[in-house]
Design a binder for this molecule. Sequence first.
Ligand SMILES: Nc1ncnc2c1ncn2[C@@H]1O[C@H](COP(=O)(O)OP(=O)(O)OP(=O)(O)O)[C@@H](O)[C@H]1O
Ligand SMILES: O=P(O)(O)OC[C@H]1O[C@H](OP(=O)(O)OP(=O)(O)O)[C@H](O)[C@@H]1O
Ligand SMILES: [Mg+2]
Length: 279
Amino acid sequence: MLRIAVPNKGALAETAAEYLKEAGYNGRRDPKELIVADPKNDVEFFYLRPRDIATYVGSGALDVGITGRDLLIDSGSDAHEDEPLGFAASTFRFAGPAGRFHDLEDLRGMRLATSYPVLVGGFLAERGIDVRLVKLDGAVESAIRLGVADVIADVVETGTTLRKQGLEIFGPVILESEAVLIAGPNEAPGLETLHRRLEGVMVARRYVLMDYDLPSELIEQASAVAPGMESPTISPLRDPAWVAVRVMIPRDEINHIMDALYELGARAILVTPIHAARL
Ligand SMILES: Nc1ncnc2c1ncn2[C@@H]1O[C@H](COP(=O)(O)OP(=O)(O)OP(=O)(O)O)[C@@H](O)[C@H]1O
Ligand SMILES: O=P(O)(O)OC[C@H]1O[C@H](OP(=O)(O)OP(=O)(O)O)[C@H](O)[C@@H]1O
Ligand SMILES: [Mg+2]
């Protein structure tokens, strides 16, 4: 039985639950449920705080989990990243009052507020910069205005929270983060299946199927516009001058590719979603 740690709330929880559902697992029906058994898939889900997930997995108490790369590193646990999951993308950055700080050297001796002291402390120690870390639980963007810190380091997605506080990012990127599947020290039977199923969910979310009819002499040019994974499927039509083409394309390129193929001479271009995939 594979024991899987899942975020119970916060920025990762909703999409993680959708991924698992699309991967064919039982989700929880009631947000107060902490443990959900899924005997058909031989797994058990444990709903935990995102910050605690790497600790449980690293200790071997649970086999695998979904958390953020930043939280994994900050936990200092023995868990390791098995697979990036392509959601909850963020960067971890230094920020200070607009115009006040420019590079790492400006941080020496400063009071730096963060909820990720291991991640930030490690980054600065490797570069020989000494600061005074102020550990806060969240909302660190308020720490400077309230006088407990000179500078902060935090998760940045859109940058809206920083801007609203009159803060500006500076210095190097501390980390590019996203949700990741993590695994612990023990051999976890069933991890391979979970890994492949989640990969299938990512493909199904990222790609669509495109079908179109094309004058046969244009196959080479059309394949250059949409080459597909291996190569497009070409089927004969009753009219020997035409072929039917099927190809996988990235969802965010649908309209560009339709425009280009139409201009080339393709007609009856249809796009359909992929519900599941195993490449
Ligand atoms: N605005 C955001 N956009 C994208 N990812 C985010 C955002 N905020 C947080 N994350 C990611 O989500 C994870 C943190 O989740 P969350 O914010 O739920 O935890 P927390 O801050 O420790 O808990 P809480 O906010 O409930 O105190 C990290 O991996 C972080 O990179
Ligand atoms: O760049 P933005 O799009 O503004 O997003 C970044 C903000 O989102 C997260 O906060 P969260 O809501 O998790 O609150 P917290 O600081 O209390 O964890 C993060 O800690 C930043 O404050
Ligand atoms: Mg948060």
